[in-house]
Design a protein around this ligand. Structure first.
Ligand code: ADP
Ligand code: MG
Length: 322
């Protein structure tokens, strides 16, 4: 199938995703309008995804669409912000046709309904290079209440939602590493389709001192919090939540691999002891499991401790692009 012109793609395929945001002006103006807020602030984030780096050329359009929106919603969740709007930049190589763009847009529409967000603008270009897309997401949070990376305090407890390592195992399987496990499809799905913890994230406002989403790896992302906060973190390896499928896939290395592989999109946060009751009811209402995995102490850096409190040497803390 051929590709329609740039303007008809915007008008016919993307404008329907903007109808619920009057400020988007039906994607017919040069800019969108956002309301000024009283008592709330905008939290703004951007993530770019590049073919060959974040997804493979043959990955289905629906997964590319959902992943690019969801990784941004995960950043907003980590800040306690309620997702509202997003902007989409698309650089399309020649092989992308109308059918691909239609599928891509209809999957964005499905996720818009799930997460309550609307498209308000973007840009569309051709490229001689790989398919590249970038989303800017905007959420709102009570003024002064965004959960930052630099708020962890000595004495806080460290938590993580759900479990870590499944996405990393899924990616390893896609790369042909490791042995086949019966849960292969579950692990790959976890890599391809993150579940951003938006409901819990918003509920952590006022409860968590610091939060990050686990995109680079549990140790790497908690390490960012420790650095920004000027504290040290001790994580107990035995308490890191790892599913039976991940244990089966990575065997004796499972916990270290799970704690240093990325793409989980769980929330890792610190909170004071005193927030226990609120935190537990927030997790229950959001339907998300919480694990207490360590503590914040004075000093700097992060350590993963084996039983007996010996630090486990780590070859890397997680993923970095360069
Ligand atoms: P410009 O010439 O300034 O780049 P465009 O003609 O690219 O403007 O864009 C026209 C309108 O369409 C703008 O409102 C812009 O935000 C919107 N738009 C363009 N591409 C996209 C896209 N991929 N997703 C959403 N909105 C888009
Ligand atoms: Mg443009």
């Amino acid at each position: 199938m051929a590709r329609s012109g740039e303007f008809s793609v915007i008008r016919n395929i993307f404008a329907p995703l903007a109808v619920r945001a009057p400020g988007a002006l039906a994607l017919r103006d040069d800019a969108a309008l956002l309301p000024a807020l009283t008592g709330r602030e905008w939290a703004v984030t951007k993530d770019a995804l590049v073919e060959g780096v974040h997804f493979l050329k043959n990955d289905p359009a629906d997964l590319i669409a959902r992943k690019s929106l969801r990784v941004n919603l995960s950043d907003l969740a980590a800040k306690g912000a309620k997702p509202e709007f997003y902007l989409l930049a698309l650089s399309l190589p020649a092989w992308i046709d109308d059918a691909w763009i239609q599928t891509f847009a209809s999957c964005l529409a499905a996720d818009q309904d799930i997460f309550g967000v609307a498209l308000i603008g973007g840009d569309t270009t051709a490229t001689p290079g790989p398919l590249t897309l970038s989303i800017t997401a905007l959420g709102t949070v009570a003024e002064g209440k965004m959960i930052r990376r630099d708020g962890a305090r000595e004495g806080d407890i460290v938590f993580v939602t759900g479990s870590v390592g499944e996405a990393g195992a899924g990616l390893a399987l896609l790369k042909g590493e490791g042995r086949a496990v019966p849960e292969r499809d579950v692990l790959i799905a976890r890599y391809r389709l993150p579940e951003p913890r938006v409901v819990l994230g918003a509920r952590l406002v006022g409860l968590a001192h610091a939060c990050a989403d686990v995109s680079d790896g549990l140790i790497a992302d908690l390490g960012h919090i420790a650095d920004a906060s000027g504290v040290r973190m001790e994580i107990d390896a035995a308490r890191v939540p790892v599913s039976p499928a991940v244990k089966a896939f990575w065997g004796a290395d499972a916990i270290v691999r799970a704690a240093t592989s990325g793409d989980d999109y769980e929330l890792a946060f610190t909170a004071p002891q005193s927030a226990r009751a609120g935190r537990d009811s927030a997790a229950r209402e959001a339907g998300v499991a919480l694990s207490e995995i360590g503590r914040v102490t004075s000093g700097s850096g992060i350590v993963l401790l084996a039983e007996g409190s010996q630090p486990i040497p780590l070859a890397s803390w997680g993923f970095r692009h360069f």
